[in-house]
Each structure stands twice: as C-alpha cells, then as structure tokens.
Unconditional design. Sequence first.
Length: 105
Amino acid sequence: MEERQDFMIEEGLHQAVVFKLSHGVPDLKVLRSILPKHLGTKGNCLIGLLAPRQFLLRFDLYEDYVLALSRSVNYILNNGEEYQCKVFPWSIGYNPKEETTLAMV
C-alpha cells in the first residue's frame, strides 16, 4: 500500500520544480505574482511553500517546466531587494533540510 501512496503523492508533480532562495523571503502573495512573469510562463503555475525560503512550483505546460529548469540560477528583484535563487527538479525523496545533488544536464 505504501508504494501506491508514494505514487499518489507524486502524481501531478512530474512537472514540478523547487525554487530555493539564498536569503530572505518576499511575501508569498508577492512571489505568486512575480515568479510567473519572471520565468515567462505561458500556462498556469501553482506556487506553494515547502520550507522556509523553499517553494514548490507546479506547471500545467511542459514547456514552462523546461523553461524554469533552464534557468538553474536566477535573480529576482522585489522592492529594490535582489534575491538569488536556484531552481531544480522536485523528486519524491526531496528533503528540504538537505542540500540537493540533483542538477540538470
């Protein structure tokens, strides 16, 4: 039964990325409005909090998912403050307390 639960959790997250900020955090409402514009997404992008400074972005369109991953290191600007962030694919074994070893090739 546990395998089925893992599958159910992972279902719908095959086009999800982790967006990790190096410092500070703009308000979640602000991130939800600026991130899709910053990434240039064409479809819907759901954004949720995983852990402090770490967000899960789930895309409806595969091309938006690929576009987000092609920008492995980003800088976003909000109210004169610049935030460095990393983007990497979400995986079922993701642990927000550990540094990821996943990288896009």
